[in-house]
Design a binder for this molecule. Structure first.
Ligand SMILES: [Mg+2]
Length: 176
């Protein structure tokens, strides 16, 4: 059964990736950022104008899958990275994200009261979540970018904008 959170695709031991060698998408992006050719929101994704916040176009989910596959292969860790273990690792990382928000009360968009160090810590933990999510999808043979498109199409059918605008009701609560 769908939940509200399934629609909220604002969406990432520690998972680690490293950029590929020369010519990879990450390096090209970083070079472009250094030249000022792309609009980087900041080291940790913070923007002065949260309403205009956007992601960088690279790396793609496939780039992330490939970088993590290389990282895992180089360490002979595939023997540990079965789907169930990856799921538990991802949930553990979600817990690390939750820890950063624990006891703070409500937090405003853009995290205006957070220090740069806290923002970077959040960026790291969200990345751990995403890295494990991508590897879990890979090991389950789920083509995640295409699956997201299919799921968002289902969400649009389930929650027609004309019907649910401004309401937080679940789809089962709407009358036809
Ligand atoms: Mg972590």
């Amino acid at each position: 059964m769908a939940t509200r959170s399934e629609e909220m695709l604002h969406m990432n031991g520690d998972a680690c990736v490293k950029p590929r060698e020369n010519g990879d998408a990450v390096n090209k992006h970083n070079e472009a950022a250094a030249r000022g050719d792309v609009n980087l929101p900041g080291q940790n994704g913070h923007s002065e104008l949260p309403e205009n916040f956007t992601f960088s176009s690279e790396p793609s989910l496939e780039d992330i899958r490939r970088m993590q596959a290389q990282f895992t292969e180089e360490r002979d860790w595939n023997q540990f990275h079965q789907p169930r273990n990856l799921l538990l690792a991802m949930v553990g990382e979600v817990g690390e994200v939750a820890e950063l928000f624990q006891w703070r009360g409500e937090v405003a968009e853009g995290l205006p009261d957070w220090t740069e160090s806290e923002r970077e810590h959040l960026a790291q933990e969200l990345s751990d979540v995403l890295i494990y999510l991508v590897e879990l999808a890979e090991k389950c043979h789920v083509d995640l970018p295409q699956a997201v498109l299919r799921k968002m199409a289902l969400n649009r059918l389930k929650y027609p904008a004309s019907k649910v605008h401004g309401s937080a009701k679940k789809y089962t609560e709407y009358q036809d």
